[in-house]
Design a protein around this ligand. Structure first.
Ligand SMILES: [Zn+2]
Length: 283
């Protein structure tokens, strides 16, 4: 049975009848969003469990968990595709118009929703604004900044915390990581020296930084009390300090750098350029 801070928050929302029909699960890739979305489908489909609980044993539960339930539809970008196509979104919307076949409702999961282009997102917008009463939509996105503001304002956002990034750091890395976050918050003007780390480990460090800015970005998007996390106060400070557009710029800059990292020859030089560009808007 899935249990985490995130599913607890969803359970509470179900318990208080405050579960929105349009949901956005954000956070680093593979932080448990898909599992939680399937858990949610089970919970909404199951007639055996108590409210907010899935029995896990009935046919609805088992099929939902496998992703094979007739009232569950999962949309993900096709392999090697640029992203989710607008036709795929339109076909999902058409399906959403039909009544459920077996379960009390239908659940639509869109994986990598941040890989829908603007046209596809706009096609989805109206449905998210006025979702059919029998349909729930779960958008999973790691790059929240790539989701249109109009969509963001229509969905209930549930942030997912990355799994065990910190515990995976050794002692020296943990020190560097703290220095890095201090730098990211603007408390220190000296970036930590990451050049002694391998590229893989630098990538892990940058992930924590991207996550940090994303957390702050979420706070600004109003996800304030949807999670309790040790990082929340850190995120809140950064949310106060930076405009959304500046957070977006930083997330994009870091993401781009991280993507190109393996092809970077002069890591030291590249990092120093990165730090300059990161803080170029700081006075
Ligand atoms: Zn069940």
């Amino acid at each position: 049975m899935t249990s985490s801070k995130e599913t607890d928050a969803l359970k509470r929302a179900i318990g208080r009848s405050q579960l929105a029909h349009a949901l956005l699960f954000t956070g680093a890739r593979d932080s448990g969003q898909k599992e939680a979305a399937l858990w949610l489908a089970q919970t909404l489909f199951c007639r055996e469990g108590a409210r907010g609980e899935a029995c896990g044993a009935c046919i609805d539960c088992r099929q939902a968990l496998k992703g094979s339930h007739a009232d569950l539809f999962i949309l993900a970008p096709e392999k090697d595709a640029q992203g989710i196509k607008v036709e795929e979104v339109r076909s999902l919307i058409t399906r959403a118009g039909f009544k459920p076949l077996r379960a009390p409702c239908k659940v639509f999961i869109i994986e990598e929703a941040d890989r829908m282009n603007e046209i596809a997102q706009n096609a989805l917008l109206k449905t998210l604004e006025e979702p059919p009463g029998h349909a729930y939509f779960v958008l999973i996105a790691s790059a929240l900044e790539k989701i249109l503001v109009t969509i963001r304002s229509r969905v209930q956002t549930h942030p997912f915390l990355p799994r065990a990034v910190e515990t995976a750091l050794d002692e020296e890395e943990a020190v560097l990581n703290r220095e890095l976050l201090n730098y990211a918050e603007g408390f220190s003007t000296t970036p930590p020296d990451l050049t002694k780390l391998s590229r893989d480990r630098i990538a892990v460090m940058l992930d924590t930084l991207i996550e940090f800015y994303r957390g702050a970005f979420l706070m600004k998007a109003g996800a304030e009390d949807l999670t309790d996390s040790a990082r929340r106060s850190q995120w809140r400070k950064a949310a106060r300090r930076f405009r959304s557009s500046e957070l977006e710029r930083r997330i994009e800059l870091l993401g781009e750098f991280r993507e190109n990292l393996s092809g970077t020859i002069h890591t030291k030089l590249a990092l120093s350029v990165l730090w300059d560009r990161l803080n170029e808007n700081n006075q």
